[in-house]
Design a binder for this molecule. Structure first.
Ligand code: UDP
Ligand code: MG
Length: 316
């Protein structure tokens, strides 16, 4: 409480909240009210209007308050990741929250995140155990989270919950664009930050519509390769491409043997042969792509100071 008062007197917020909004006119005032109620006195909320075409922006201007509520409008719709980056760049507090602008996340749960952060974590991500979304969306999310856990090794049950709490060091390090907000915990864990999860209540969407259709699944998996290259293979891309080359080569040879063995009827044998040959040809191309990536890394390093790994402690 004293810390709260001190921070308020000094004008520095204790907590910054970033809310991305695209066409959420129906939620603006109610969300601002719920946030005000849930947050300590020394806070700031940054609403980022991601190129809305409805009345979101005039409504945000209506709740603007220079001491507590800042509003930012992106010139064109740039995506949720870009909207979050625009908000992060303006945060002043040591603790940063993000939550969706559609009232599906409940600000009353903020203290739960803070207690978890106080256990020594750097990023606390929400886990929407019971989701109030259409069935196809819930099913897609379950598959996505299952694949992500196995592909990245990060044991989170809900990678893509918009409700998250960070130490400001984490958001300063984040570089995300496109739809990469889905992988924030992976990037944070890769940078050495401790990531934890808390169960949150999820509310049904009352106003407006979801901004993502079924294509989210295909996009999420397409991004997975980029994420693995940016994390596990960031300093050894040839290894990532090499693994893909082995997978393509082995499955190509398998298909060629299958088509040669006369186990398949005419058209299927032809298809297996054609696909097998294509995969075998892909293998050396993938290896070459890995070498090009390694060479680009090298070119980037030439003429610059050597990029040394981040040191946590040293007694030189
Ligand atoms: N959003 C955004 N830009 C976009 C898409 C979404 O700012 O291009 C915001 C949106 O207004 C909401 C949040 O990101 O506040 C999550 O979007 P949505 O609720 O549509 O996602 P879902 O709950 O369906 O996963
Ligand atoms: Mg939503």
């Amino acid at each position: 409480m004293i810390g709260d008062l001190q921070a308020a007197m000094l004008g520095t917020p204790e907590i910054s909240v970033v809310v991305p909004m695209h066409n959420e006119e129906g939620s603006v005032e109610e969300l601002a009210r719920q946030l005000r109620q849930a947050l300590p006195e020394a806070h700031e909320v940054i609403f980022v209007d991601d190129g809305s075409t409805d009345r979101t922006w005039p409504r945000l201007l209506g709740i603007h308050d220079p001491d507590r509520v800042r509003v930012v409008k992106l010139r064109v719709r740039s995506g949720k990741s870009a909207a979050l980056m625009a908000g992060f760049a303006r945060c002043k507090a040591p603790v940063v929250f993000t939550l969706d602008g559609d009232l599906q996340d409940d600000p009353a749960e903020i203290p739960k995140f803070l207690s978890k952060l106080a256990e020594g974590h750097d990023l606390v991500s929400g886990w929407k155990r019971v989701r109030h979304d259409p069935l196809h969306k819930v099913a897609a999310s379950r598959v996505f989270n299952f694949v992500m856990r196995h592909a990245t090794g990060l044991q989170l049950r809900d990678m893509n919950c918009g409700f998250k709490c960070y130490r400001s060091e984490v958001v300063k390090r984040l570089r995300i664009h496109g739809d990469q907000h889905r992988f924030i915990p992976v990037f944070a864990a890769d940078a050495g930050f401790s990531v934890a999860e808390v169960e949150v209540r999820h509310r049904p969407r009352v106003h407006g519509r979801s901004k993502y259709g079924l294509s989210r699944m295909a996009k999420g998996f397409a991004d997975l390769g980029t994420v693995l290259l940016r994390t596990r293979y960031k300093d050894r891309p040839a290894h990532g491409f090499g693994l893909l080359a082995i997978a393509a080569g082995v499955s190509g040879i398998f298909l060629l043997l299958l088509s040669a063995g006369r186990f398949l009827p005419g058209l299927a044998a032809f298809a297996a042969e054609a696909l097998g040959a294509a995969l075998v040809v892909c293998a050396p191309v993938l290896i070459a792509a890995g070498w090009v990536a390694e060479f680009l890394l090298h070119c980037q390093a030439v003429g610059r100071k050597p990029e040394l790994p981040e040191v946590e402690q040293a007694r030189d």
